[in-house]
Design a protein around this ligand. Structure first.
Ligand SMILES: Cc1ncc(COP(=O)(O)O)c(C=O)c1O
Length: 403
């Protein structure tokens, strides 16, 4: 075995192999096809207009795509941002403040490699990560040589990081803060004031605030505020801010691998430069399809209706139990199964054995504290990604198994 990068040792085990190991010796007793509620992947089809736009651009498969994307894509995104967040024209310039990416996952990862210096405030730099968290944030921080510092998002903190709990010394060492709103998995939405505060902290302490807004279009009662909207409320500057958006959830197009980053033009310029050295551009037919998707709202409203119906079904099955609450955004339930069966791992084993229902233990999405206590151990994450009939049936069954 050749020598490897020592930093690899800092990575936790990825949640899905851990789940496979947990369930390896459990055989579902139920004689029904498995219901997979683990992965955040919409199970309905993207709208037909995606394939139509891709087919219309099919002569472009032979071309290397430019990393900066096409003017049409950037214009469609800029117009969408202006509509969605009521931004004045020119605040987010199409050609200098927007960069297409092959899904936000790779962009969230690469960003840390760009913005983590060797030292910050004379010490090892910190990357702030919400806890629970999307595993890529941790991988990115560790591989960039930073110290990941986890900020708990518990019921007590409104399921978002408590900005007041971060010591000044930590802010001073912070080079990057990943914030996810609506949060995966808790579904909590950061208010405009919260976002303004986070941006102000980024500017005061000289770090990059990366707001992962990939669930921003899936909301229950009201559209979640966004980082760009908060930047407008603070006067319109984009400095220190990047927002990440994706078509994977909004348009049920996880396989298209298409999203974008928008914000601080200096950061976007440097990011484009780094991406030229490291990653291919988004294929031109995919970008044509993505352009058409950002121009359309009809299919997005239908998706919201689907997830609302699924949350209704969840409420009917689970209200008043397992810590059920309606998530403000996204399509996950974050259920407290501690009283019902001790831990999320035990719940996952029981649900697989008795109902062929696969869920993710919360502890696989949370980092233990210094004493070894893992605040996610009482939880499971349940993805509401199937049709409503399937969801209603499986949530009813889940409620009975965990009764
Ligand atoms: C919180 C969060 N951020 C980012 C992503 C990445 O999405 P994509 O790479 O498909 O844009 C996901 C996907 O599951 C996610 O849950």
């Amino acid at each position: 075995m050749p020598a490897l990068n020592d930093r690899l040792g800092g990575l936790s085990d990825y949640p899905f192999p851990r789940l496979a190991a947990l369930l390896a010796d459990v055989k579902p007793r139920a004689n029904t096809p498995p219901t997979i509620l683990t992965i955040g992947e919409p199970q309905n089809q993207p709208p037909a207009l995606m394939l139509e736009a891709m087919a219309a651009a099919s002569t472009l498969w032979g071309k290397y795509p430019p990393v900066a994307g096409t003017p049409e894509f950037r214009a469609a995104v800029s117009a969408w941002l202006n509509r969605r967040y009521q931004l004045p024209p020119g605040m987010v310039e199409a050609d200098s403040a927007i960069l297409p990416v092959s899904g936000t996952r790779e962009a969230l990862y690469l960003l840390a490699q760009m913005v983590v210096p060797a030292e910050k405030a004379g010490r090892k730099p910190v990357v702030l990560i919400p806890n629970p968290f999307y595993a890529v944030y941790q991988g990115a921080a560790v591989m960039a040589g930073a110290e990941p510092v986890f900020l708990n998002g518990t019921r007590e903190t409104g399921f978002l990081p408590d900005l007041d709990a971060v010591p000044e010394e930590t802010w001073a060492r912070t080079s990057l803060f990943y914030l996810c709103t609506p949060a995966n998995p808790q579904g909590a939405v950061a208010s405009l004031d919260y976002l303004k505060r986070a941006i102000t902290l980024a500017r005061t302490f000289g770090f990059v605030l990366a707001i992962d807004e990939c669930y921003a279009e899936l909301w229950d009662k009201a559209p979640p505020p966004g980082g760009l909207e908060a930047a407008l409320a603070l006067g319109g500057s984009l400095s220190n801010l990047l927002v990440f958006h994706s078509l994977s959830k909004r348009s049920s197009a996880a396989g298209l691998r298409s999203g974008f980053v928008a914000g601080d033009t200096d950061l976007i310029r440097t990011f484009t430069r780094l991406r030229n050295y490291s990653l291919p551009g988004v294929p031109l037919p995919s970008m044509a399809a993505a352009t058409a998707l950002w121009q359309d709202e009809t299919h997005v409203e239908l998706n919201r209706q689907l997830y609302r119906a699924n949350i209704d079904a969840a409420e009917a099955a689970l209200a008043g139990r397992l810590g059920f609450y309606r998530p403000d955004g996204g399509f996950f339930l974050w259920l407290d199964v501690g009283d019902a069966c001790g831990s999320g791992e035990e719940a996952a084993r029981r649900l697989w054995q008795e109902g062929a229902i696969r869920v993710l233990p919360g502890a696989y999405l949370t980092q233990p504290d210094a004493s070894g206590y893992n605040h996610g151990h009482r939880y499971i994450r349940v993805a509401l990604v199937h049709d409503t009939e399937t969801m209603a049936r499986s949530l009813d069954q889940l409620g009975r198994i965990l009764a």
